[in-house]
Write a protein that binds this ligand. Structure first.
Ligand SMILES: Cc1cc2nc3c(=O)[nH]c(=O)nc-3n(C[C@H](O)[C@H](O)[C@H](O)COP(=O)(O)O)c2cc1C
Length: 735
């Protein structure tokens, strides 16, 4: 619901909000420029002194105005012709033209009414209302994504457009809330929906009918300081019944031009006061620095618009259309989907269609939209949840566990959880398991016990479907063909072969990146952007199931590189190992945001064995900023499987690699990376204590051995692998 409130006003008002935000950002510069360029009055100067100087310079002066920036403008009549100038208060003389800047006037008209009069004012007010709704719903979404208000500035993970969108939002939202709320107030004031028009002062004493009082004899003008002046109007020359009118930040008064006596006074009303404050907060007139800050925040709007559209498009792409989706309040079955890459939505669509065909009414929604009070007729809730990172919730399930935690009681509607994961990850289906554990803790009744789907297996899914069918007493055949991302052709440029002598034939394969379309470039899809540590899914001939390989290169390198070990009988590794330059394979790019070195200069401790060196070598090659990198690499025999052995010395000489420690497991004294870590325990502990990040890549046994060794090494400095993992300072890519 909150997401819909965010998405639709955003998409519909995108162009209008971009115009308003950009014009507002440029306009925010003018008050500051005016403040710097206008001659300012001395703090102790009185209004009487200014009036005297101006009248001496311009005997026909009619009015003196002071803007919140301190700029003083005088208006006069000279032999029947009107004149105006910006005044230097020190001399009373004009120093610059009083005509408003043409650009500023044009931009103000655009910003206020799009040059369309009242209709335009209403349109911009609708834009402001959309901005307010977006800011409020965005605030709630940010809080949900980061895990609560107190974690407002917590580090973010996930794909770049979404991260940038939230990074900008969590800073800019304060300014956008203020700007949109004040804009609505100002429109209401323009259309007189707010009683903030100033009343004329009541004249309580009659005018003396004389003229000629000097400013020095007018106590009110003598006492009024320049800082509080808004406007001083002079009596019409020759009309003895006319009066002086003084407007200050406290109110408006009239004065006799013969005696200088106060004739009447009206205080500023609370409405006027609020309206003036709102005007100041919106325009920066009188608060130039704040204006500039708000202007900067407004600049975030086009960037948030663009990243918001990308996030929306990505979400749509990954998500198949679910036809005949029933409203939450009418459905008998609620399907909640936790997905990051979108494939689980495909399974949800298959299940939705099969249940609907069997006569059930089904409502499918993301897990983050979990709203038990709306499920009025539901008899069961089915959760389909994938797992990401190191057992984390996928994007569309963010906030689910937190929402469940806040419920006093779990819903009485029985729950079935189906986990989607990959057994090669140590935390297999850990998020689905966390959901089941949290449900158990709340005594949520069970509809079906937890089941899991490994690597999107259609067979696993069909088997679970039969169990569900038995429970529902219907025949349920779930035949799901996973929708794979579109594949592209990768052509081999070169290969380097290793490992034959140690019975582990391995090749570093270098492919030419496929051409990138303009659309892919704009949306960051396909091979438009990739970094070492991302994955490529290779579709072997004769199988619809892709095999994932970690990338050892980035887009900047100009090639796609992977390290492939040939497994006995392995279909994909066999085909890859047989490639000759010029041959090609079909592959797609999969992001792996959890396994990137990230920005910053904190040292990296890279640990890998065998083909696990691939992404780590990519990090080293891309380390143009010469961040300290310590690489621990385990091999069998340096004569046979020292992958990147030719490149590492050069990278070391170029400062891209600070230290290389290799271990050899074949021979008289087998030595593993964990042994090397133990040998350097003090150094490792110091590096980690001072902020180093650990990245491990390779087989599962090696990763487990490394984790044990690090647990011992870090204990003396009060750190544990688990704590570092929670902070995102210890990441693994394990297979
Ligand atoms: C970067 C990355 C991390 C993953 N981490 C895990 C994990 O820790 N445990 C697990 O069981 N599966 C993990 N998986 C596998 C996914 O959960 C699995 O492929 C799932 O079917 C994806 O569903 P989705 O496309 O709907 O997000 C990971 C996949 C990727 C790409």
């Amino acid at each position: 619901m909150i997401r819909a409130l965010h998405r639709w006003p955003g998409l519909l008002a995108l162009a209008l909000l971009t115009v308003l935000a950009l014009s507002g950002a440029v306009l925010s510069v003018f008050p500051a420029a005016e403040r710097l360029s206008a001659p300012q009055a001395a703090a102790e100067m009185s209004v009487a002194a200014l009036a005297k100087r101006v009248q001496a310079a311009y005997p026909g002066v009619e009015q003196i105005r002071r803007a919140p920036s301190g700029r003083i403008t005088a208006y006069w009549f000279d032999q029947g012709a009107p004149g105006a100038a910006v005044i230097d208060p020190a001399t009373g003389q004009g120093v610059a033209s009083a005509d408003p800047n043409q650009t500023q006037r044009w931009l103000t008209n655009l910003h206020r009414s799009l040059f369309l009069g009242d209709g335009g004012r209403i349109a911009t007010a609708v834009g402001a209302a959309a901005m307010l709704v977006l800011s409020l719903s965005g605030t709630a979404l940010v809080a949900r994504r980061v895990g609560g208000w107190r974690r407002w500035f917590a580090p973010l993970r996930g794909p770049f457009p979404g991260r940038l969108h939230v990074e900008l939002a969590r800073v800019a939202v304060f300014g956008l809330l203020l700007s949109s709320a004040t804009a609505l107030w100002m429109t209401a004031s323009t259309f007189e929906l707010i009683p903030d028009a100033g009343a004329a002062p009541v004249v309580s004493t009659t005018v003396s009918g004389r003229t000629g009082v000097t400013f020095a004899d007018m106590p009110a003008l003598r006492d009024a300081k320049m800082a509080e002046l808004r406007e001083l109007s002079f009596p019409y020359p020759g009309d003895a019944t006319d009066v002086f009118t003084l407007k200050t930040e406290r109110g408006t008064g009239t004065f006799d031009q013969g005696t200088g006596a106060l004739l009447g006074w009206t205080d500023l009303t609370a409405w006027e006061y609020v309206s003036e404050t709102v005007y100041m907060l919106h325009t920066g007139h009188g608060a130039a620095a704040l204006g500039l800050v708000l202007g900067l925040m407004a600049l975030g709007v086009p960037a948030m618009g663009a990243t918001g559209v990308l996030v929306w498009l990505r979400g749509r792409r990954g998500r198949p259309r679910i036809s005949a989706n029933q409203p939450a309040g009418r459905a008998g079955t609620i399907l909640l989907v936790g997905s990051e890459g979108g494939s689980t939505w495909g399974f949800a669509a298959t299940l939705h269609a099969a249940l609907t065909e069997a006569g059930h009414s089904v409502h499918a929604a993301p897990m983050s939209g979990f709203a038990p009070d709306r499920y009025a007729r539901a008899q069961r809730i089915i959760v389909l949840a994938s797992t990401y990172g190191d057992g984390d919730a996928p994007a569309s399930a963010k906030g689910f566990l937190e929402r469940l935690e806040t419920l006093e009681r779990a819903p009485g509607i029985p729950l079935a959880v189906l986990g989607f994961g990959d057994r090669s990850f140590p935390a297999f289906c850990a998020f689905a398991k966390a959901v089941v554990a949290a449900a158990g803790a709340k005594a949520w009744p069970e509809f079906l016990p937890l089941d899991t789907i490994d690597r999107q297996s259609p067979q696993d899914f069909a088997r679970w479907g039969r169990t569900l069918g038995e429970k529902l007493r219907i025949e349920l055949e779930l035949s799901h063909q996973p929708v794979l991302p579109a594949t592209e052709t990768l052509t081999l440029i070169s290969r380097r072969d290793f490992g034959a002598e140690v019975q582990a034939p391995t090749a570093i394969l270098r492919f030419a990146p496929p051409p990138v379309t303009l659309w892919q470039r704009l949306t960051g899809t396909g091979f438009a952007r990739f970094s070492a540590g991302d994955l490529i899914g290779v579709l072997p001939e004769g199988s619809a199931v892709p095999r994932l390989y970690s990338l050892a290169s980035s887009r900047r390198d100009g090639f796609v590189e992977i390290v492939v070990k040939k497994h006995p009988g392995g279909l994909c590794s066999g085909q890859l190992s047989g490639l000759k330059p010029g041959d090609s394979v079909m592959a797609f790019l999969g992001r792996n945001p959890g396994f990137h070195p990230g920005r910053g200069h904190a040292p990296l401790i890279l640990i890998g064995a065998g083909t696990g060196i691939g992404p780590l070598a990519g990090f080293v090659r891309g380390n143009a900023g010469r961040r300290p990198i310590h690489l621990f690499f385990g091999m069998r025999d340096p004569r046979s499987d020292f992958f990147y052995g030719e490149d590492l010395p050069g990278w070391q000489a170029a400062g891209r690699l600070s230290r290389l420690v290799t271990t050899v497991s074949r021979g008289a004294r087998p030595h593993y990376v964990q042994d090397a870590l133990r040998a350097e325990a003090a150094d490792i502990a110091r590096l980690v204590r001072d902020g180093a990040r650990i990245m491990v890549c390779g087989g599962r046994d090696m990763a487990a051995g490394v984790a044990d060794a690090l647990a011992e090494i870090l204990a003396p400095v009060g750190l544990t692998p688990a704590a570092l993992k929670a902070e995102g300072r210890y990441v693994e890519d394990v297979y």
